[in-house]
Design a protein around this ligand. Structure first.
Ligand code: NAD
Ligand code: LMR
Length: 328
């Protein structure tokens, strides 16, 4: 029996597809540890359908008899969902369907993050941390963080871990090696097709990935678009946005951010690093420390990498311009 104090995890969009692939793993200890009790605080929209579906998910969680699941709160009120929450996982928002671009979601989903950013800042725990998944996640996290007066910008992150996982898997497949042989692959910029999956510093079996693959044209012209457009390829194949792999990536994102020494890709407030505009949230490598994380700034970018970063930065700046009314 563990004597640890429970961690409160707020999850929005809890009755959605990602929610269904996520909650059971949090409750079983995969995200915060096998000896760490959790309290799930689940937010859904106030419609009868969503609240009924949420109740159904909670019934299933109960039926799993998870020893670590100490309590559940089901609500349509953000101030209840985020009350004293240590982790705030912002999943709830509209996914894109076939043929849609992420930019189509900007205005619709952006509004959600004003209210939620405000509520988190007002009622969440002093050590509250936020991970945004709902798209376009880089810009949504910027909107939420803009509401914060109490919590500092470093507490607000968005998820590019799915892209890192996709990027590692594609390199392993091409090289015919285990995923465990691929390291140092980080995602820079937006969670969108403009992202830069930095193969120039990636390693396979400890050697430069470009040397092992031996095909620069493939890396530039096949690999980058395959990773960047994987979300659309999944939507095309499934008819639905990725859910299990997104939930898995969110588990990885939080687990890495709570594992001192872990190095991984996170979208953070750029503060002008790697040539990104000040104040946009961009993917980059971070290392978890005892008190939070530090951005790794030591990677030297060549002209190709710089040109890719410039493209994804332009898109982030464009998104920020589109939602400027929501940032006031
Ligand atoms: P879904 O439609 O299955 O579920 C979304 C849920 O959110 C719904 O149940 C809906 O009622 C709820 N919701 C909507 N507005 C809400 C609000 N204001 N407060 C609380 N709940 C709200 O969608 P999904 O497949 O779970 O995807 C959710 C989001 O995650 C989408 O925006 C999708 O594009 C995004 N996504 C991001 C990544 C990533 O890597 N960053 C990967 C996959 C999906
Ligand atoms: C993904 O990358 O799978 C998600 O962000 C869904 C999408 O719209 O691409």
């Amino acid at each position: 029996m563990t004597t640890k104090k429970p961690i409160r995890v707020a999850v929005t969009g809890a009755a959605g597809n990602i929610g269904y692939a996520l909650l059971f793993r949090i409750a079983s200890g995969e995200m915060l540890g096998k000896d760490q009790p959790v309290i799930l605080q689940l937010l859904e929209i106030p419609t009868e359908g969503a609240q009924k579906a949420l109740k159904g998910v909670a019934m299933e969680l109960e039926d799993c008899a998870f020893p670590l699941l100490q309590d559940m709160v089901l609500t349509d009120d953000a101030n209840v969902a985020f009350k004293d929450a240590n982790w705030n996982l912002l999943v709830g928002s509209k996914p894109r369907g076939p043929g849609m671009e992420r930019a189509d979601l900007l205005k619709d989903n952006g509004k959600i993050f004003i209210a939620q950013g405000k509520a988190i800042d007002a009622v969440a725990a002093d050590d509250a941390r936020v991970a945004v998944v709902g798209n376009p996640c880089n810009t949504n996290v910027m909107i939420a963080a803009a509401q914060a007066k109490r919590l500092t910008a470093d507490r607000f992150t968005a998820m590019v871990r799915l892209d890192e996982n996709r990027g590692r898997a594609q390199l392993a497949k091409k090289a015919g090696v285990s995923i465990n042989d691929v390291s140092d692959l980080f995602i820079y910029g937006n969670h969108s097709p403009t992202m830069f999956a930095d193969f120039t510093h990636a390693k396979i079996g400890g050697k430069p990935a470009a040397e092992v693959i031996g095909d620069e044209a493939w890396l530039k012209n096949d690999y980058l678009p395959t990773v960047g457009k994987r979300g659309a390829a999944i939507i095309d194949a499934r008819g639905l946005s990725s859910a299990a792999s997104a939930a898995n990536a969110l588990i990885d994102h939080v687990r890495s951010l709570t594992t001192v020494g872990a190095i991984h890709s996170v979208a953070v407030n750029s503060e002008g690093r790697y040539g990104f505009a000040e104040g946009v949230w961009a993917g980059m490598p971070v290392k978890t420390t005892a008190t939070g994380y530090e951005v790794i700034t030591s990677y030297e970018m060549d002209d190709f990498a710089k040109s890719k970063i410039a493209i994804t930065n332009d898109e982030l700046v464009g998104e920020r311009d589109t939602v400027k009314d929501l940032l006031a």
